[in-house]
Design a protein around this ligand. Structure first.
Ligand code: C5P
Length: 435
């Protein structure tokens, strides 16, 4: 029998630009592990509302959830009543994940009780729901719990089975909450946009992100201050809109976005290879990475010493070494050249500009668009506290002349990088599907 709810997102309904996830936390000792799951979710660009049960708050208090999610937290339906949170939180969710799901919580969910904010959220959610049970082995194996699991599974809920191992106290057996990374991976699979359809469904896109590092010796490199956040946001939004996404990531420490295939790289030449490989059957390539224009000509296999060999008069040579550089290929220009007269892939470049005495940011960006020959150039203003590593961005979108469907050049922001990513994909979609 199929009943309402929990079966999945209604087909064709896209995820929010930033996926909305509800993290339900049950009252078990493993509640502290849910804090790690929360971190993984927020750091990979999800908007997370934590709904702990009253018992969960006895294990981990509201300040922890509020600090990590950046939002107020409540476990009952009596606060903020005018916003009807007991209905809105569930209705607005793209995914609900309950970790740890205690025996009591599973029983209440299976029975359809609505006696706190988490159970009302479960009854109003029309998105995928994941339960990660954690309890003592006896409670997990009890027929009542297993019947509840069967009921929830029959309604379309996803169960991440408990792991075996050391439980609270000295006993061991099945009942441990699986690692946060494992639960996170299940959430990512369920959130991956290809399941939901969306404006980029069926499209293959490649995004490069981060900053290349060009090694000098085993401990030093020439690098830049790119955090990779804008590129990750682009990959995340493309996946949320249904694209198959390859993210070529240069030296980032961000968790992989939902449903995205990440190819880690270090240098410009590695990035060039990875992008060329992924671009072969791509509809769109977005070069958001900060690629080093130069690399050291020679790589010293041993660490370069501060003081090198003796000079003619016998004393140590304290002069600074000279590092010779060679040019890296311009990967973006190379993609345009390789495409030749073909229409695909669409190629998007980024330009980090400061403006100078020769022109404003916009003047320099227009000249760059013409020089690089890409279809869309996203220019952002950078400076000591602008763009690099920050969470918000202002960009100018400049389109190549004469492209069918091309919107007018326009400016977006200041806005969070996920919203900037959405604007960039709106522009790309206009070029992919000209009206
Ligand atoms: O010329 P500039 O470095 O400002 O151009 C930035 C754009 O070109 C970005 O899209 C960047 O990813 C790309 N780029 C490249 N190869 C380089 C340098 C930059 O593809 N060697």
């Amino acid at each position: 029998m199929t009943t309402q709810g929990w079966i999945g997102r209604p087909s064709g309904e896209p995820l929010h630009v930033i996926p909305h996830v509800v993290l339900g936390v049950g009252g078990g000792i493993a509640a502290y592990k849910a804090a790690l799951l929360l971190r993984l979710l927020t750091e990979s660009g999800h908007d997370v509302t934590v709904v702990p049960t009253a018992a969960a708050l006895r294990f981990v208090g509201a300040p922890t959830w509020e600090a990590l999610s950046g939002k107020p937290v409540s476990s009952e339906v009596w606060s903020d009543v005018s916003r009807v949170p007991h209905v809105q939180i569930g209705k607005n969710a793209d995914l609900v994940v309950v970790a740890p799901a205690t025996a009591d919580l599973l029983a209440r969910a299976a029975a359809g009780l609505a006696d706190d904010l988490l159970t009302t959220t479960l009854l109003t959610a029309h998105c995928p729901v994941v339960f990660a049970p954690a309890m003592h082995t006896e409670m997990w194996e009890h027929a009542a719990t297993q019947a509840n699991i069967a009921t929830l599974t029959a309604r379309g809920a996803h169960i991440v089975p408990p792991a075996s191992g050391r439980l609270t106290g000295a006993d061991t057996g099945p009942g441990r909450l699986p690692d946060a990374e494992e639960i996170f991976a299940v959430c990512q699979r369920l959130l991956s946009g290809s399941e939901a359809g969306g404006p980029l469904a069926g499209r293959r896109v490649v995004v490069s992100a981060g900053g290349t590092r060009e090694p000098l010796d085993p401990v030093r490199y020439l690098g830049n201050r790119s955090s990779g956040k804008q590129g990750y946001a682009l990959a995340q939004v493309a996946a949320a809109r249904g694209a198959t996404v390859t993210l070529v990531a240069a030296n980032t420490s961000l968790p992989a976005p939902t449903g995205v295939d990440v190819v880690p790289v270090g240098t410009a030449l590695e990035l060039q290879d990875a992008v060329a490989q992924a671009a072969k059957d791509a509809d769109v390539v977005v070069m958001a990475a900060a690629v080093a224009d130069f690399r050291p000509k020679a790589y010293a296999a041993a660490k370069i010493k501060k003081t090198h060999a003796a000079t003619v008069d016998g004393g140590p040579d304290e002069s600074a070494p000279t590092i010779e550089l060679v040019r890296n290929p311009d990967i973006l220009a190379g993609l345009v050249e390789h495409r030749g007269a073909a229409e695909r892939p669409l190629i998007v470049g980024f330009a980090a500009e400061t403006g100078d005495e020769t022109g404003s940011v916009l003047d320099l960006a227009r000249a760059k668009l013409a020089r690089k020959g890409c279809d869309l150039l996203v220019a952002n203003e950078v400076g000591v506290d602008k763009a690099f590593g920050t969470d918000a961005n202002t960009v100018h979108l400049l389109f190549r002349d004469g492209l069918p469907g091309s919107p007018r050049d326009h400016t977006a922001g200041p806005a969070p990088k996920a919203e900037i990513a959405a604007v960039v994909w709106d522009g790309v979609q206009a070029l992919l599907d000209p009206r």
